[in-house]
Design a binder for this molecule. Structure first.
Ligand SMILES: NC(=O)c1ccc[n+]([C@@H]2O[C@H](COP(=O)([O-])OP(=O)(O)OC[C@H]3O[C@@H](n4cnc5c(N)ncnc54)[C@H](O)[C@@H]3O)[C@@H](O)[C@H]2O)c1
Length: 330
């Protein structure tokens, strides 16, 4: 099967490509290589995929790629993904996540693909209190510009299925972590600050709760959807591994033999959702998928990977330090 994948020079998408190549699929990578994209993530499978440098919101370019390649399936990962950036400027989020998704759905409709996996997020549901979980039919109540853009893309997929019969399957994964994550996200940023013996900024009191999903489990779940899910369906992808941010940070510091004194509580993110947690019985019961990697094991593997790939992470940190100076003026 020929699969056109988008955003697969990014963190989770690149893991999906590694798995897809391993399984013998014919893989096309479409990515415009923003600050978050890096083909180094695909070095392991170099020569086993075809690459198009293209912005998904460029309708003409996307149409041309579909016309040339005639993919049977689309797995759409490309997005602007960092909530903090969406709070500073929502525009790139609307352009890529909403218009970009529309352009891909248009092409999928015109060239009659057999399946379109639309990657959404657990953040579409809004926030939970101390108890309860989100089901696939929980009403969508996104709170940040990022999650609103992702919810719009999720709903566009719904509309194309209902209106045109485009064979869309929607995936809503929880918080990912693992190798190759860009170091502006919690786990790698804490890792890098810790090894530089710098203060570790933690929002509020660090009590926000996320459900931590190891990246290879997420990619494997999406592969399951590609191979088994029926068009017009929605699936949560979770891990049951709930942790507060402060637990995550302390766990990392312990793995690195560093003291908790390095933690510095900073002003909370505006509109910060308290808790996300998914009920993912549907994908387990219907399609037989379940996560394989528990939090402690995944965190250990992640730290080992970053220690072995420090050069890559340090280069990203250099870029980020310049970016933070322009944004936070310090
Ligand atoms: N990381 C998580 O915890 C998480 C959780 C749930 C859902 N998701 C979703 O999974 C997907 C992948 O997330 P990630 O963390 O790997 O993202 P990422 O930020 O690491 O990578 C995004 C990729 O998309 C590319 N991209 C961005 N704008 C583009 C455009 N206009 N045209 C073409 N390519 C473009 C970037 O160059 C990059 O390679 C996203 O849709 C995200 O919303 C992520």
């Amino acid at each position: 099967m020929k699969i056109l994948t988008t955003g697969t020079a990014g963190f989770i998408g690149s893991e999906f490509v590694r798995q897809a190549v391993e399984k013998g699929y014919d893989v096309i990578v479409v990515d415009c290589l923003t600050y978050a994209g890096d083909l180094a993530r695909l070095k392991q499978v170099e020569g086993h995929y075809k690459f198009y440098e293209a912005d998904i919101s460029d309708f003409q370019k996307i149409d041309k790629i579909f016309a040339e390649e005639k993919p049977q399936a689309v797995v759409h990962w490309a997005a602007e993904t960092h909530v903090d950036r969406s709070i500073i400027d929502a525009s790139p989020f609307m352009k890529t996540n909403v218009i970009g998704t529309q352009s891909l759905l248009e092409a999928a409709k015109k060239y009659s693909v057999d399946k379109f996996i639309n990657i959404a997020t657990d953040e579409v549901y809004g926030e939970l209190g101390e108890t309860g979980t989100f089901y696939e039919n929980t009403p969508l109540e996104p709170n940040s510009p990022y999650s609103v853009s992702k919810t719009s893309a999720d709903m566009l997929g719904r509309a194309y299925f209902r209106t045109y019969g485009t064979p869309v399957v929607t995936a809503r994964p929880s918080n990912n972590y693992g190798p190759w994550q860009f170091p502006e996200k919690l786990v790698p940023v804490v890792f890098l600050k810790a090894i530089h013996n710098e203060k570790i900024p933690v929002y509020g009191k660090g009590l926000n709760i996320r459900e931590w999903l190891y990246v290879s489990d997420c990619a494997d779940a999406v592969m399951t959807l590609l191979e088994k899910a029926k068009p017009g369906t929605y699936y949560n992808i979770g891990s049951s591994q709930e942790r507060t941010n402060i637990e995550v940070v302390k766990n990392l510091l312990k793995l690195l033999n560093k003291s908790d004194d390095m933690i510095e509580f900073v002003q909370d993110r505006p509109g910060h959702d308290f808790r996300y947690a998914l009920n993912y019985n549907k994908i387990t019961n219907e399609l037989g998928w379940k996560p394989k990697i528990l939090f402690d094991e995944g965190m250990k593997k992640t730290v080992e990977w970053y220690l072995e790939n420090l050069d890559w992470a340090e280069k990203k940190l250099d870029y980020l330090r310049e970016y933070w100076k322009t944004v936070y003026k310090k």
